[in-house]
Design a protein around this ligand. Sequence first.
Ligand code: PAF
Length: 310
Amino acid sequence: MITAKTIAEVRQAVAAARKQGQVIGLVPTMGALHEGHMSLVDAARRQCGFVGVSIFVNPTQFGPDEDLSKYPRPLENDLALCQAHGVDLVFVPEVKEMYSCGGTGFQPVPKGTGYKPVPPQKVAEMYPPGSLTRIHVDRLTEGLCGASRPGHFDGVCTVVAKLFNIFQPDAAYFGQKDYQQAAVIRRMTADLDLPLRIEVCPTVRENDALAMSSRNAYLGREERQQAAALSESLRLAADLVGQGRRAAQELKAAMREHLARRAPLGRIEYIEIVDPDRLTPLQEVEAPAVAALAVKFPSARLIDNMTLRP
Ligand code: PAF
């Protein structure tokens, strides 16, 4: 397994794999890998000859009061997991590699063209530090998590587009737990004609059905017990829909009531029932819809979602 710190190293390894006719798969992550991430790696492994994983805690998707500095970074453990799951290359860039105008992977111009590229140091002098470009997907980013995390999805889209450009994968793998993120990335990929397939894999859950997340590690004992209420309330909504209930207000009220009773330490940030593609709130569940919620515990903000099928 290659551990690459620079964009240039990734490009070289991917080019070599492609030369051998391999299909390239990418699993973008922020590390603190768990079974959810590894299910994405396993899916990539089944479908691709070359599997890359990126581990980068992307500062541009964290708000000023969010957990960037305390986000877990157990790199040795992450690398061991990647190795055990047959990953070919792990990309672990530093922030300056990703956000300083082409990093150290600034591409040389082919020999013999007579053209002299501006060296990377010069580029860094010419422009302010950090990058000046952001990718913004409209509408899909307005509700749900986007409402309370302004700029979050711009940060996600920008770094994911950069990773797509660095790896040029045939397929990239994301988890359904981050439903809105997957929808936004799918849309960005289509809108920008990026030549790859987006695969969204099912949420992996703990024994009590809590969705796996790197942030679960922050939870204290009591919070952890109460956190199971997120998936319970989603299950409740799915069961009510199964029994013929259709009104979103009624379903949301039942979820709210369950959470208030079962997870008093959690503050509900949102509970929504949305169109699965547009992510717009629905009044009635007449066709498959998505129930999504975010709950803030004192130590962590958790999200989850479930498809409701009438
Ligand atoms: O889902 C995540 O871990 C991150 O948002 C992603 C897609 C790796 C971008 O930083």
